[in-house]
Design a protein around this ligand. Structure first.
Ligand code: NCD
Ligand code: ZN
Length: 348
């Protein structure tokens, strides 16, 4: 039995760090496990200019603290009226790594999102030309489409068209949840990849209703049937360079989750690597874990692989019920459960 996993330092390609007190409370969890993270721009108001992204990056670095070896990679929130010149300048100056497409009203703080994909075609044109990745929240928002079908319908109605119209655009289909998404990414060119979260590898939709309503298992895109979870597990552990680590850690205060209308988002940063390692071990695929966590992402983004290593040691860890400054603010993913790996921070 493997007792110790030593892997190249990993990155997290999909993170919500928020701002203000919440940023202060959560940034260390991501910064201790990951070298770089793609920072989602769905603040209120959203990050739509290079200036705002630069200022947000400074706040993240300040919250992470001096001496922390952590690089936030910033993204631009696409709106119907965004100037393609702003995207191009922001990318050229090194502030924007990628752009994020939220269909309007698809999820938390997405009301400024895109109402019709045609509205951002001039931006996509620029992004294709300069090799800047488009990160996609892939769900239609039509209320007449069943919530469990919204990702599959998005592929048919929107994503297939974007890829046909921009054949060289780099696209990351974020937090995929369905076998349809897995099949779509496999069938597309090398310029199309996907992130997979730990929670979609661990839970299916039953978890949201297990003995009562479970707000801490609720996120968007919502977890699907078991057959989809199994398809995601096969994709993540396959060794295909098209699939890589993106936690979609999305903290909301307990009061906002445990509510009559609870927010979508699962806070998985505190035990992110341990929870992925559990899946790879269950699948008998620890040999592909390092590539998923530390190689496929940077290669897709065209960034260097990290130096240094992190270690996971076989040891039982129990996920606490609550974490955060007052010990009662946030409920982590898998609260109360045991994991069998302990994370040891990186060494040079
Ligand atoms: C995210 C959030 O809270 O910002 N929520 C979620 O359920 N994943 C937004 C998102 O990525 O959809
Ligand atoms: Zn997200």
């Amino acid at each position: 039995m493997t007792e110790r996993l030593v892997i190249r330092r990993p990155d997290d390609w999909h993170v919500h760090l928020r701002d203000g007190a919440m940023l202060e409370a959560v940034v260390a969890y991501t910064a201790r496990q990951f070298s770089r993270a793609i920072i989602m721009p769905n603040l209120a108001p959203p990050v739509t200019t290079a200036e705002a992204a630069g200022a947000y990056r400074q706040r993240i670095l300040a919250a992470a603290g001096k001496g922390t070896d952590f690089t936030p990679l910033m993204t631009c929130y696409l709106t119907d009226t965004l100037d393609p010149g702003e995207v191009e300048r922001g990318h050229a100056s090194g502030v924007f790594t990628a752009c994020k497409l939220y269909p309007a009203n698809a999820t938390t703080n997405s009301s400024y999102g895109v109402t019709d994909i045609q509205n951002i075609y001039p931006v996509l044109d620029v992004m294709q030309r300069i090799g800047m990745p488009l990160l996609v929240h892939g769900e239609v928002t039509d209320s007449d489409i069943d919530i469990f079908d919204r990702e599959a319908v998005f592929i048919d109605r929107v994503l297939s068209k974007v890829i046909a119209d921009f054949p060289d655009l780099k696209v990351v289909f974020e937090h995929i949840t369905t076998s349809e998404a897995v099949d779509f990414v496999h069938a597309a060119g090398a310029n199309v990849a996907a992130t997979i979260t730990p929670h979609h590898l661990h839970i299916n939709r039953n978890a949201i209703f297990e003995g009562g309503i479970r707000p801490h298992q609720y996120c968007l895109p919502v977890a699907k049937r078991e057959k989809h979870r199994l398809a995601l597990r096969r994709a993540a552990t396959s060794g295909s360079p098209k699939f890589f680590l993106g936690t979609d850690t999305a903290p909301h205060a307990r009061s906002a989750k445990e509510s009559a209308c609870g927010c979508a988002g699962i806070f998985n940063a505190p035990f992110a690597l341990e929870s992925y390692a559990a899946v790879f071990e269950e699948e008998g695929a620890l040999d592909t874990f390092e590539a998923f966590a530390s190689e496929h992402g940077p290669r897709f983004y065209g960034l260097p692989l990290n130096e240094g290593q992190v270690v996971l040691e076989r040891q039982e860890v129990v996920v606490p019920d609550h974490v955060g400054p007052d010990d009662a603010n946030l409920t982590p993913f898998l609260a109360g459960k045991s994991l069998h790996w302990k994370f040891i921070p990186h060494t040079e």
